[in-house]
Design a protein around this ligand. Structure first.
Ligand SMILES: [Zn+2]
Length: 413
């Protein structure tokens, strides 16, 4: 579809933070043709068209890749009154808040697929949606969330929320999961390591990603890694590496944070295994910042989680920015809060945090060939900021303009 007759957009004078982890480049022009980045380099280069269709003066501004929230739930209960309208409203706010991609981590494929397709077709304004099909042991399907996302179908029988056990026809189940349009399969609970490995092999063969919680009960974090999971969610669950495995997945938040310190040898070995296997960590730290005041162990669990994410990053694990909660309507998308916690509590540099929400998010989804960084050939998803996010990560909320698929997003509704 690319050609010389496609519209050109040029951003001049920008300080570009490209999402690869490279240092910021001031005095940079970005040339976009159609929906792709064609070139970027020094202002004034002969490669910059003199009269593009759209010219943006970004002097004094920073440009980052469109943000990716790698952990959202859009369609947990699509049967609820006004769901589609409310969700479309949120998607528009997220996009204008700088989010150009999301990974939806469990919901009703009958609702999310048409929504994802409507976004792709330009009928709904919002981030590109990739979504998952979940698998779990039969014991999970009494969970009201599993029931709400497969209303009208016997719990555990929907192809996007499927019960699995050792005797299941895994090939057929993964085939059906792929047919829902999902990008990945997510193992949720009550899957043993051997079964998880069979699921991962079948999924990878079909080009699907494999995602799971950091423990899948009884599967420990390190066993999820060796079973072939690509991305582990919720860093706090890494505590289960140092505790006896349990079959009570509802106890997942009550790990032994007191008895298993972040420098526990088994947990450290699990982090090293993640780094060696290229397993990514969807940390969800802002969620922890929110539970601090809750229950007896809120503060302990939050501090443990921050420390384990810091150690994971230090060990060479790629951290992914995901939120798992929606912001209140009218406030910036919660990915900005995740970025702030990654810097202020965990101790990542702003550059690393931005990489977590851009390049690493795209890699977690498996779309890094087209998305996640500002490089020639990539889809032009860009956020222009009025202030430098490297001096204060909270400047990611100071959005001047968002560009998605090469087009400037209308700031008003
Ligand atoms: Zn979630």
């Amino acid at each position: 579809m690319r050609g010389q007759d496609e519209p050109t957009l040029v951003i001049r004078g920008a300080t570009v933070i490209d999402g690869t982890g490279a240092a910021a480049r001031p005095g940079t022009s970005i040339v976009v043709r159609g929906d792709r980045i064609e070139w970027l380099g020094p202002d004034g280069s002969p490669n910059v068209p003199r009269s593009p269709d759209v010219a943006i003066d970004a002097a004094g501004a920073a440009v980052i890749p469109g943000l990716i929230d790698a952990h959202v739930h859009l369609s947990s209960d699509p049967g609820a009154e006004g769901w589609r309208q409310r969700t479309e409203g949120a998607l528009g706010e997220w996009l204008r808040g700088g989010v150009t991609g999301v990974r939806d981590m469990a919901g009703d494929a009958r609702a999310i697929r048409p929504l994802a397709e409507a976004v792709d077709a330009g009928e709904v304004e919002g981030p590109k949606i990739d979504f998952t099909a979940i698998v779990a042991g039969p014991g999970f399907f009494v969970d009201p969330r599993a029931r709400a996302s497969s209303a009208g179908i016997e719990p555990g029988e929907a192809p996007w929320a499927r019960a699995v056990e050792p005797g299941s026809d895994i090939e057929a189940i993964v085939e059906a999961a792929a047919a829902t349009g999902a990008t990945g399969v997510k193992a949720y609970a009550l899957v043993d390591p051997e079964l998880l490995a069979r699921i991962a092999t079948a999924a990878h063969r079909r080009g699907l990603k494999v995602w799971s919680h950091a423990t899948v009960f009884p599967t420990r974090p390190s066993e999820a890694v060796s079973s072939g999971v690509d991305v582990l969610s919720h860093a706090g669950y890494l505590v289960w590496e140092g505790s006896p495995p349990t079959l009570e997945y509802t106890e997942r938040g009550n790990g032994n944070y007191m008895g298993v310190p972040p420098d526990d040898r088994a947990v450290g070995a699990a982090l090293e295994a993640m780094a060696a296997n290229g397993t990514m960590l969807d940390a969800t730290v802002a969620l922890m910042a929110r539970i601090v005041g809750r229950g007896d162990n809120g503060q302990l669990r939050a501090d443990w989680t921050y420390e384990i994410v810091r150690r994971a990053h230090e060990a060479g694990v790629d951290v992914v920015a995901g939120t798992d909660f929606p912001a209140a309507p009218g406030s910036p998308p919660s990915i900005h809060e995740e970025l702030a916690v990654l810097v202020e509590k965990v101790g990542l540099t702003p550059l690393d945090a931005i990489e977590a929400a851009t390049r690493n998010g795209a890699r977690a989804i498996g779309i890094e060939g087209d998305y996640g960084t500002i490089e020639p050939g990539k889809v032009a998803n860009l956020v222009i900021l009025d202030a430098d996010p490297l001096t204060d990560i909270r400047n990611t909320t100071r959005i001047r303009a968002v560009i998605k698929d090469g087009e400037v997003v209308d700031p008003a509704r």
